[in-house]
Design a protein around this ligand. Structure first.
Ligand SMILES: *Cc1c(COP(=O)(O)O)cnc(C)c1O
Length: 404
């Protein structure tokens, strides 16, 4: 795991300075500046921004996850040479497809970007005229069917590129909704339990009617098996976030699945300019960072990591429970953010503080600790912490509740 000291060491030994010195492109002053910039500048402090211990999870507002040294060195390496962007995406797409045993893949600008360009590809196919005119989808198949229970707002990624949404509840409704304008069926894995139609049936319905299926699995790693499971199950397209459980760049993601749709999706991405996806650029740094993150993630000892999370959660749970009137519950969400998680609640007659006040105390304290929760509970996960921070969190939670 990455410590600040190690990170600084990595950054100060990056080959960029040496490489440029060799070409005579750097003056001594510039070199000094480069070393200063990378090795000793505390940007966040300089900007007056407090960093915090992430006891919440992979939240965009909290800047996602932390990247490993392998990922950082891939990014730094990528920044030192020019390559052809399409060739890089082609080759990395093949490599990722091989690693994840699917037909094809591409690195995208997050899971949201994967959904937008994937949908754009399904709508346009390889037709350059349609590629050029999206989000105007008049006269082409442009309806996407999804379950009402899967409405959490991320379907905006589909309408952004010109798709129209058709909401259904049951399999019967879904079959009735399919018509000559149906372009795709979209499934949100996080809400599997809430929807009436489950994954296998959903895929079967798509196949029966010859309509491609897309599944949003943004936050569904771990478990690692999910990276393989849904393409094998028969979904035509699968989207993952790069900067959640995989710990790649927060601005990257993966689109996996059928080659013909992913090649069409690529028609919408840079370097091509007059497309709906031009603003969803990923450059070589993110492409290589994503590849390195995926390789690192696949090679991890997932059982050991799970045991670590369980022991961290237990430590914080025990510490909170040592305060009179406090109760805890350890749970694992079945889909999305599938990691050991803790809920802390208490009798406010005994511990005289609201959950919101307690969370604010943790956030405003030293060090600052970010948690999730609602008006009755504090929610904690440890998977985004730097190992060791769980001890600080255990101590601070106890202090805040004890002193209430
Ligand atoms: C996080 C998330 C997204 C967006 O993913 P990004 O990688 O941030 O673009 C989409 N859908 C779900 C269910 C998510 O949890």
């Amino acid at each position: 795991m990455l410590t600040r000291r190690k990170l600084l060491k990595t950054l100060s030994s990056v080959p960029v300075v040496g490489g440029l010195v060799g070409t005579g492109l750097l003056t001594t002053n510039m070199m000094h500046a480069a070393v200063e910039t990378t090795a000793s500048r505390n940007f966040f402090k300089e900007l007056g921004i407090r960093t915090f211990i992430n006891a919440a999870g992979t939240y965009t507002s909290m800047t996602g996850s932390l990247m490993s040294e392998q990922v950082l060195s891939a990014i730094t390496y990528g920044a030192t040479e020019y390559v052809d962007l399409d060739e890089l995406q082609d080759k990395v797409g093949e490599r990722i497809a091989q690693l994840l045993e699917c037909e094809y893949a591409t690195v995208t600008s997050g899971a949201f970007g994967a959904m937008s360009i994937g949908t754009a590809g399904v709508l346009s196919g390889m037709d350059e005229k349609i590629v050029a005119r999206l989000p105007d989808s008049s006269g082409i198949k442009n309806e996407i069917i999804l379950q009402e229970a899967h409405n959490i707002g991320y379907s905006k990624a589909l309408t952004n590129v010109g798709a129209k949404l058709v909401w259904v509840k049951t399999a019967k409704d879904l079959e009735k909704a399919i018509n000559k304008n149906t372009a795709m069926l979209w499934f949100l894995n996080a809400n599997t339990e809430e929807g009436e139609i489950k994954r296998e049936e959903f895929v079967a319905l798509g196949k029966k009617h010859g309509v491609p299926t897309f599944i949003d699995c943004a936050a569904d790693v771990p478990p690692v098996e999910n990276l393989f499971k849904f393409t094998k199950m028969g979904f035509d397209l699968v989207a993952f976030s790069g900067g959640k459980g995989i710990r790649g760049p927060q601005s990257a993601g993966l689109l996996l699945g059928k080659r013909k749709y992913i090649e069409a999706a690529r028609m919408h991405t840079p370097p091509r300019g007059t497309t709906i996806g031009r603003g969803m650029k990923v450059n070589k740094e993110e492409v290589l960072g994503m590849l390195a993150a995926l390789e690192t993630y696949l090679n991890k000892d997932h059982d050991a990591e799970w045991k670590l999370w369980e022991s961290q959660i237990k430590l914080i749970s025990d510490s909170a429970r040592s305060v009179k009137g406090v109760e805890t519950e350890i749970h694992v969400p079945p889909h999305a953010n599938h990691v050991p998680s803790l809920r802390i609640k208490w009798d406010e007659n005994v511990v005289k503080i609201t959950a919101e006040e307690a969370r604010k105390k943790l956030k405003d304290g030293h060090p600052s600790i970010a948690t999730v929760g609602n008006k009755d509970t504090i929610g904690i996960t440890t998977w985004m912490m730097i190992p060791g921070q769980e001890r600080i969190v255990a101590q601070r939670v106890k202090e805040v509740l004890e002193n209430a």
